[in-house]
Design a protein around this ligand. Sequence first.
Ligand code: DSN
Length: 434
Amino acid sequence: MSFIKKNDPELFDVMYKELERQTENLELIASENFVSRSVLEAAGSVLTNKYAEGYPYRFSRKTGELKYRLYGRYYGGCEFIDKVEELAIERAKEIFGAEHVNVQPHSGSQANMAAYFTLVDPGDTVLSLELAHGGHLTHGHPLSFSGMMYNIISYGVDKETEVFNYDEILKLAKKHKPKMILTGASAYPRKIDFQKFREIADTVDAKLFVDMAHIAGLVATGEHQNPVPYADIVTTTTHKTLRGPRGGMILCTEELAKEVDKQVFPGTQGGPLEHIIAAKAAAFHEALQDDFKTYQKQIILNAKALAKALKDNGFRLVADGTDTHLILIDLGTKDSGGPSGKKMEGALDNAGITANKNTVPFDTRPPFVASGIRLGTPAITTRGMKEKEMKQIADLITEVFDNYKDKEKLAQIKQNVNELSAKFPLYPDLLAEG
Ligand code: DSN
């Protein structure tokens, strides 16, 4: 950041403070991660200068076949940009075994919008996961385009087990006859059976759309069932377990390729962010290496170890634990006397532990207060932490819970948090530039 430091100290100051925050704190937000220097370099490269509306390929008018470099761009000078985007596409296809990939969505929400536009028409019925049971805004929240444009019928988790009851989802599908079924979650700690969802979709002749944003890294290395063989369209972000830059991506069948591409550009976006697409290519290269498998395995080992230690310390976990990267602590209702999700998030922040409040299934509090805390292990696993540190982190979280009103105590806990973080250096050369 030496140029910003020299030319714009005001901006440098806050950027450097954010670097310190990421370095010193414990990052437990389940959807965040720390990218490699290669990904950072690509995201901060001259590729940001280039307009490249269109694609590095065109569908042949005669056969419909997709061909690379047939002047699918609306601007000149795209010969190297084309190669960058091809690399990202081909690597993503190899990782997930997809017939067609669009790497241009600027975000997960935009990828989801293009998927809806491809598969359903305004007013159509969509069976989708309830936000309070782990779904995402774009899965049908009334204030999102998805809730505004479609007739959303929500399914949730079973009240007893807090996991999906596929028989109940089938019943809902038979009753409402949706044109599309959507699954994938932002706060569901257990594995999802995409094959079962396909069977349900086939029973009612619906399309299946899977948003695998949270688990894409686990899917990439076989730690979670791959939705690609089962879904008509799969979307993902690239910055969560997949550990790439902030962005989105769509994977689909050859049959839907043309329509998906049309709905991304010009349907919902203009010029692609080619520097981010280069960073996606860099991350996909990393995802194809052997050590990425080790990393994804450790994410789950860490999540299981953290879940066990939290349970041993007396916390109740939604769905009784995890088999992914994510844990949802139920802090109890207002009457049980503990902090709300909002208060616990604030107390954790004061202790240098970053996490987010989250509703739990059948929550009695509104989403901005919530009764849960969502935790995830992708970022701390990237730092090199293992099962031993998970026990320490569970104890630190427990101390915060027990002292959530005591600012002084929280400041003391923060010192222990910072000591633990310091043992696992992050971006040391960037820090040295300060
Ligand atoms: N905001 C994301 C998350 O934290 O899960 C969802 O895309």
